[in-house]
Design a protein around this ligand. Structure first.
Ligand code: HEC
Length: 162
């Protein structure tokens, strides 16, 4: 039988495409099923991670990204960014930083990977920003929040090396 490379390439490409489409579909399902990282009760009480994230965001990130994640002339609105970034992408950028190339103005996202004040609270910050991005939490300090659970205090101590 003659070796028909054209058919072979078509076949391989077809299979690869199928794989990509299937993987994409799986990802979409996963994204849809992904549990929200925040919990807010009917009376507007936010869970501890969301409240903690509000405080941490507004002590470290707000200087560049603006209060409540709304953005500034210097850095993008994270309420918008989180509509497109996955948790993994968000995590990666905060750990390693990011620098826009080809801009006249130097705009740089610092790397926080070695900063426990950020890393120990990054899931909280993510929860808060995701809630803001979804419109589940408004601007300013959440009025009511759940108490800090003992597990959160323990995890915090362990992470901060206390
Ligand atoms: C010193 C200023 C500064 C601080 C502080 C800062 N950022 Fe940034 N950040 C930036 C700049 C500038 C960019 C845009 C960089 C680029 O696009 O190249 C950015 C980009 C990002 C992005 C990517 C946004 C996108 O749309 O792609 C994320 C996510 C992010 N920052 C999260 C954070 C978090 C979380 C904190 C707090 C722990 C933080 N940043 C603190 C300046 C800062």
């Amino acid at each position: 039988m003659r070796f028909d490379w054209r058919r072979r390439i078509a076949l391989v490409t077809g299979l690869t495409l199928c794989g990509v489409v299937a993987a994409q579909a799986q990802e979409n399902v996963a994204a849809a099923e992904e549990e929200k990282p925040y919990h807010i009760t009917d009376d507007g009480t936010v869970d501890w991670p969301t409240f903690s994230g509000f405080r941490r965001y507004n002590s470290v990130c707000h200087t560049c990204h603006g209060p409540d994640g709304v953005g500034s002339t210097f850095a993008p609105a994270l309420t918008e960014s989180l509509k497109r970034l996955s948790y993994e992408q968000f995590f990666e950028i905060v750990v390693n930083g990011k620098q826009e190339v080809n801009t006249a103005v130097q705009k740089k996202m610092p790397a926080f990977g070695l900063d426990p004040n950020v890393m120990c609270y990054l899931d909280d910050i993510y929860a808060y920003l995701k809630a803001r991005s979804d419109g589940a939490v408004g601007r300013g300090r959440p009025e009511k929040h759940a108490d800090k659970p003992p597990e959160a205090a323990e995890a915090e101590n362990a992470c901060m090396g206390g």
